[in-house]
Write a protein that binds this ligand. Structure first.
Ligand code: MG
Length: 392
């Protein structure tokens, strides 16, 4: 069996262009789907996949680790820059999809699963609708409470919010109080049996992240995400030591050694590896094994498209330390039109039972994808009050 082509299918989904990767084989009807979505870098990723294709065409698609090694180590430059690691991840997911189809097994079964009866999912406030999740002002506590109630009404037992506003490297009490009021309003709205997460988007400096973490500690967050730049492992570790709230990070890390440094420093209690950025399933399995040694929970980052979600779920059914899967369901109204899924989301509790189909268990509707061709992503920019550049 041989790989005969690697295609990319770009689908514009408002904030992101979903980059679906299709690896074709010389066997009739046998191909695999992956995803390599990297917002604001769509054309670069598509081109990077083109650059990888000569390493793949003519090779046996079932030698997944061998092909991963080629993609990562050949061409001289190791494949851990974000563009190439995303491109590689998309191909790697598609190769495992092919292997699942060849063996007739869901991916999770290839790795000894399922290890659980269901995977729990959580949503973004507003279900991933750009305006609700990213643009609700941190000082609008009432809106946070309304969106929190809506998430619970939609069946979720856990949700994530962006209740921490952008701050300069040092600011006073006002943003801290705003975040505190927003989280207090959400807790008041949904009670103690619902899990609330706050994502700082790595906006704060370590000093500000520590203040936010301390202020929000009494509200019992399920986890507190990216409280400072991921490059500042010492900052993450200092915040993690200072509060009982579990610190989550890892969505921007692209290779095993980066996770090794993070874990060894005590930088997180929750590892948010992203299957579409971290090197695909092949590298994710190594990262998960390393996390296991530290008893660090896995909660993959997954705000992307439907192949990414299927991959995150398959991974969850194979990993004992996996606790919850990030999902979006309301980013575009036609989300379900582009995919047929092998798993079912139970509305009550938003849990997912194991996929029974081979591989990732999905089929992408290419005709639907073609209805949403590439468009430049909506710009998201942050400036502080003095006009200097902030982090989105
Ligand atoms: Mg995040």
């Amino acid at each position: 069996m041989k790989i005969v082509g690697v295609e990319t299918h770009v689908c514009h989904a408002r904030m992101r262009n979903w980059v679906f990767v299709k690896v074709l084989t010389d066997q009739d009807g046998l191909y695999g789907w992956g995803e390599a979505t990297l917002e604001w870098h769509t054309r670069a990723v598509v081109a990077a996949i083109e650059d990888l294709a000569p390493l793949l065409v003519g090779e046996d698609p079932t030698r997944v680790e061998h092909l991963w090694q080629m993609m990562y180590r050949q061409h001289f430059w190791h494949g851990h820059g974000i563009v190439r690691s995303t491109a590689m991840s998309g191909v790697d997911l598609a190769l495992w999809d092919i292997l699942g189809k060849v063996t007739g097994l869901p991916c999770s079964k290839l790795w000894g699963g399922p290890v659980r009866d269901y995977v729990r999912t959580y949503c973004h406030l507003g279900g991933g609708r750009l305006e609700d999740f990213y643009e609700t002002a941190a000082d609008d506590a009432r809106r946070f409470a309304d969106l929190a109630r809506q998430a619970v009404a939609d069946g979720f037992t856990a949700f994530k919010s962006m209740a921490v506003p952008p701050t300069m490297a040092l600011e006073g009490l006002k943003p801290i109080r705003a975040a505190e009021a927003a989280v207090a309003a959400m807790r008041e709205a949904v009670g103690d049996s619902i899990d609330i997460m706050v994502d700082c988007h790595a906006r704060p400096s370590p000093a500000m992240g520590l203040q936010f973490a301390k202020a929000l500690e009494p509200y019992g967050l399920y986890f507190f995400e990216e409280p400072c730049w991921p490059e500042s492992i010492e900052g993450l570790a200092a915040i993690a030591r200072a509060v009982s709230t579990p610190i989550a990070t890892g969505e921007r890390m692209t290779h095993l050694a980066a996770f090794r440094d993070l874990f060894a420093a005590g930088g997180c209690a929750v590892c948010q590896l992203d299957l579409t950025h971290c090197g695909g399933f092949t590298e994710a399995k190594r990262i998960a094994a390393l996390a296991e040694a530290y008893r660090i929970a896995l909660a993959p980052h997954n705000p992307q498209g439907p192949v990414s979600t299927a991959a995150s779920l398959e991974f969850g059914f194979s990993q004992p330390s996996y606790v919850i899967c990030e999902t979006v369901h309301n980013d575009v109204p036609w989300r379900q039109d582009v995919v047929s899924e092998g798993f079912v989301v139970e509305k009550e509790g938003r849990i997912v039972r194991p996929n029974q189909r081979p591989g990732l268990g999905i089929e992408i509707n290419e005709a639907e994808v073609r209805k949403h061709p590439f468009q430049q992503e909506i710009p998201q920019r942050v400036f502080y009050s003095d006009g200097s550049v902030g982090d989105w």
